[in-house]
Design a protein around this ligand. Structure first.
Ligand code: TRP
Length: 361
């Protein structure tokens, strides 16, 4: 069986370092591993519209922002089809068919949907399209016959629901769909990077993000004003590293060569953490080190982004070609689905003869 990757993001804003450590960095590694036969990365604009119906221009503008971030991080259109969800009509058709296989109560039990309804204050005024987006996400995954879906842990309930749909479809209509597997980030610190303010999640509305496109001055300011251990008042005081965003960021980004270059007095993160815990290491010093690390990590991404920004028509060209390839793949799956569902009327050469015989008989 072919090994196929499908994953994606809602284009509602520029991507930040949480996206980078949580998924982008891994995608690039997977892409370059050569282990996958086909890779699809989707700009989920249709899904973004499920709770942005009144803001189409926001979604439209962020298509190019996210595409630039993808390419700047190293996604390579020669190896990865980057495409736009709404340009693949088969995905919406497939969603409709899957709706017959899912109950309202099952959707209501989806923890991600439950949580997001609360966060957005939707309750019963929830748009139907938003409520059913787990079904549309199952269509996204299965249309490309994906075996592997690299996503953050917040997407676990979506994958579980997708697997249920695959199981149900195959048991009702016969073995047709490929059962996908989730691929979670391997480094614990990368499961979810907190905001610079220490809040659980980076989010644009909280203003606690470091964006991939931020200039070096903005990065430095964000790092130097980061939340740390609020009880670590004086340098001599023992500090907490657990749950301390500065150390969580270091866990996600610090490589041995950065210690050699910027903090040679420490053999690595463990020694730095031990010093902080025992007391005598000030926040400013740790933050300066983190700033150096982030500057090193983000400078090449920013430089590539600046290059890419010079030729915007080329970026749209990449997206158009990616969407064409994606449409072809989805159409292949849909013809199998229609056949399995017995709605392939004009492709089934036996149908007319069968029905003619029935009437003749
Ligand atoms: N829900 C994902 C997010 O919030 C985006 C997405 C849509 C997706 N369809 C998908 C991710 C299919 C993986 C597979 O970022």
């Amino acid at each position: 069986m072919k090994k196929i990757i499908l994953t994606g993001d809602r284009p509602t804003g520029r991507l930040h370092i949480g996206h980078y450590v949580g998924s982008l960095r891994r995608r690039v590694e997977l892409q370059n591993s050569g282990e996958y036969d086909e890779i699809f990365v989707m700009l989920a604009d249709g899904q973004a519209l499920t709770d942005n119906a009144e803001n189409p221009d926001k979604v439209r503008a962020n298509i190019i922002e996210v595409a630039l971030d993808y390419l700047a991080c190293g996604l390579d259109p020669e190896k990865t089809n980057i495409f736009i969800q709404t340009q693949i009509p088969q995905l919406w058709e497939l969603t409709e068919y899957y709706m017959n296989l899912v109950t309202v109560s099952r959707l209501q039990r989806n923890p991600t949907v439950k949580n997001e309804i609360q966060m957005r204050g939707f309750e019963t005024s929830i748009p139907v399209g938003f409520f059913t987006y787990p079904i549309s996400q199952a269509a996204d995954i299965t249309a490309f016959q994906a075996t592997t879906v690299p996503v953050g842990e917040d997407q676990e309930p979506m994958l579980e629901q997708c697997r249920e749909i695959v199981h149900k479809f195959n048991s009702v209509y016969g073995e047709t769909l490929v059962m996908p597997n989730i691929l979670l980030p391997d480094n614990k610190a990368c499961l979810r990077l907190p905001g610079t303010d220490g809040k659980a999640k980076m989010s644009k509305s909280l203003g606690n993000c470091i964006y991939l496109a931020d200039d070096s001055d903005t990065i430095r300011k964000s790092v130097m004003s980061m939340f740390t251990d609020p009880d670590h008042l004086r340098v001599e005081d023992p500090g907490k590293t657990e749950g301390n965003p500065v150390f969580l960021y270091l866990e996600a980004f610090a490589k041995p060569e950065y210690f050699a270059e910027y903090a040679p007095e420490y053999s690595g993160l463990e020694e730095l953490e031990a010093h902080y815990r025992r007391g005598g290491l000030g926040d400013v010093r740790v933050k300066k080190f983190l700033n150096n690390v982030l500057q090193e990590e983000l400078a090449p991404i920013r430089a590539r982004r600046e290059e890419l920004q010079k030729d915007i028509p080329h970026i749209y060209d990449i997206l158009r070609k990616g969407s064409e390839a994606a449409r072809e793949k989805a159409a292949e799956t849909l013809s199998m689905v229609r056949k399995a569902m017995r709605i392939d009327y004009f492709d089934d050469t036996a149908l007319v003869a069968e029905q003619t015989a029935r009437y003749a008989g």
